[in-house]
Ligand binder design. Structure first.
Ligand code: NA7
Length: 545
């Protein structure tokens, strides 16, 4: 424990001031009247949207669905400019929320929480920051995001690179001037795929280093009009209520047809129509069994492969871009704008590093087995230590000094993705074991924030001091999360859902694939049954549910 420069005793400490932390602060402070401090590593609000300022950064949930629903006036007064919001627009929205609810006075910016230890003698969390804070709080709430611990691969020679390099998730605020530069982009997930076409328009030359080819669905920005967005506002209640009960937090009607019950011509026509509309609807509005049945999935995969071959003029490049080693949508589905078309540009080269691996970074670029690629700038779009990384980089200790990182060494163990046994009064917003990254995030965030504040309200009203997961309830939930995942095709890909992108990380499917609506129902039932699966303690009395 470090120097004690700032002491305070609070009801709650919230870590992170993105969507989750901001709404959590509002609920606890303005609804329950608690004293709350939010610690935020960035210099302003926004979380993911504060950090991810790379060219082309935007959300691939549609704007009118990627926002808060808890306040109708907020929903009515804000107008989105188009189908998919770009990073600056989402950041403006979150700044608007911060101003509207006067959140900033309770957020300490530029401050990273380094440790949180549960003090059994006090029934309080002792929380420390890199700025020397040391505070006590009854509740310790993580709003740290699922994709906030960026990973730059450990490639020999990076230190000696004489150009500039950046990770997409820690992009300089002043931007990067690519004009005339030779740029290497490592990684072709959502971030790389958004950035590459935009960088290619500015740079002298772009070399893309691709490890795994991915399936992409076009965004089709023009398919949402201002009239549509105004209409959506008028149907605010209906749309947002529907959003809460679907599989992924989008209010779209899923198809009930199997991809195998229609003939080739009809199937192709259905895929074509969804392809023209663009976006995530392709996953749900086409057929019901794409994510579950390998043969059905193959039809979607083959359709996307044919689109790649139709778009990319050089057949050799097209074949490098065609995904073959995993089912469609078993990694995070990507939504693109001009991605495949970008490979028709003269100034873009694709290096398939599965066949021509990166050997080292030299002073002047990247050396692969087959040759040297001279570069002025390297962009690492190499993703995150997803879901557990944001937790394990904080020194979190529960009862008896138990270390969360050690408890989770073989994979995250949570009850409902909200709590972890042995870590009393610690609540995780969109923690592992909840739908989180498999859903439209604001929907899952609102559900967790409201559920947590309801529990805290219940504790206050009932004189309870401590809420904690029962070990058996947690074990059952972990089994359930695994069982649900085993019925999907997710386990057939090396994805960050499974930790496969981080060397040495245990291969465990971390999010809950049972669907946002089913999950919400389960959480509601747990609460209605007096917080079943929790041990609630108040003063001397102990209530095991
Ligand atoms: P992702 O989706 O994890 O993508 C990272 C990309 O970087 C992906 O193509 C990886 O290949 C590649 N990668 C990772 N490590 C390496 C190394 N060591 N060498 C070469 N290539 C590597 O991160 P994003 O930032 O694009 O997106 C994160 C999420 O943000 C996204 O899913 C949305 O939810 C929003 P791989 O596929 O692992 O072979």
């Amino acid at each position: 424990m470090t120097t004690d420069t700032s002491r305070a005793e609070l009801d709650a400490v919230v870590v992170g001031a993105g969507f989750s932390g901001m709404y959590m602060l509002h609920r606890l402070r303005d609804l329950l009247g608690l004293s709350v401090r939010v610690f935020e590593a960035g210099d302003d609000v926004g979380g993911t949207w504060y950090w991810n300022r790379y060219p082309g950064a935007r959300c691939d949930s549609e704007s009118y669905l990627y926002c808060f629903s808890f306040d109708e006036d907020l929903a009515q007064e804000w107008s989105w400019s188009g189908k998919y919001p770009e990073q600056p627009e989402i950041l403006r929205y979150l700044n608007h929320v911060a101003d509207r609810f006067d959140l900033r006075p309770d957020i300490r910016f530029g401050t990273r929480v380094t440790a949180a230890h549960f003090r059994e003698d006090l029934n309080r969390w002792e929380i420390e920051s890199d700025q020397g804070d040391r505070v006590l709080a009854r509740y310790f709430i993580t709003a740290i995001g699922c994709l906030s611990a960026g990973q730059v691969p450990n490639i020999e020679g990076l230190d000696g690179f004489e150009g500039d390099w950046y990770h997409t998730g820690a992009w300089p605020h002043e931007g990067v001037d690519f004009a005339g530069k030779r740029v290497g982009v490592v990684g072709t997930g959502s971030s790389g795929v958004q950035a590459i076409p935009v960088i290619a328009e500015q740079a002298g030359h772009v070399t893309v280093f691709q490890r795994t080819p991915q399936y992409m669905i076009p965004a089709r920005h023009g398919t949402v009009t201002r009239e549509f967005l105004e209409e959506a506002k008028r149907n605010y209640n209906e749309i947002f209520e529907k959003r809460r009960w679907t599989q992924s937090g989008f209010p779209f009607d899923p198809s009930e047809r199997s991809a195998l019950e229609v003939d080739d011509e009809e199937r192709r026509a259905i895929y074509e129509a969804a392809w023209e509309q663009g976006g995530f609807r392709f996953l749900s509005a086409t057929f019901s069994d794409i994510a579950l049945d390998r043969r059905a999935n193959d039809t979607a995969a083959e359709f996307v492969r044919s689109k790649i071959r139709d778009t990319v003029r050089d057949p050799e490049t097209a074949e490098k871009l065609v995904p073959r080693d995993h089912p469609f949508a078993s990694k995070r589905t990507l939504i693109d704008t001009n991605y495949y078309e970008t490979y028709n540009r003269e100034n873009v080269t694709l290096v398939d590093i599965r066949h021509d691996p990166i050997e080292e970074i030299t002073a002047s670029g990247i050396r692969t087995r087959d040759g040297d690629h001279d570069l002025d700038i390297i962009v690492f779009a190499t993703g995150y230590d997803a879901m557990t990384g944001p937790f394990t980089r904080i020194d979190i200790r529960g009862r008896g000094g138990a270390v969360l990182k050690e408890k989770w060494a073989e994979g995250p163990k949570t009850y409902l993705g909200l709590v972890s046994a042995g870590f009393p009064n610690m609540f995780m917003i969109t923690g592992p074991g909840s739908p989180s990254v498999l859903s439209n995030m604001p929907v899952s965030i609102e559900q967790h924030v409201e559920w947590i504040s309801d529990l805290v309200g219940h504790m206050l009203a009932s004189g309870l001091e401590v809420a904690e997961a029962a070990a058996e309830a947690e074990a059952e939930w972990v089994d359930h999360v695994n069982e649900v995942a085993s019925k999907t095709l997710y386990l057939l890909a090396d994805s960050w859902y499974l930790g496969a992108n981080i060397p040495g990380k245990p291969r465990v499917f971390m999010p809950y694939a049972g669907g946002v609506g089913n999950y919400r129902k389960r959480c509601d039932e747990v609460a209605a049954a007096g917080y079943e699966g929790f041990v609630l303690r108040g003063g001397e009395s102990v209530a095991a549910r």
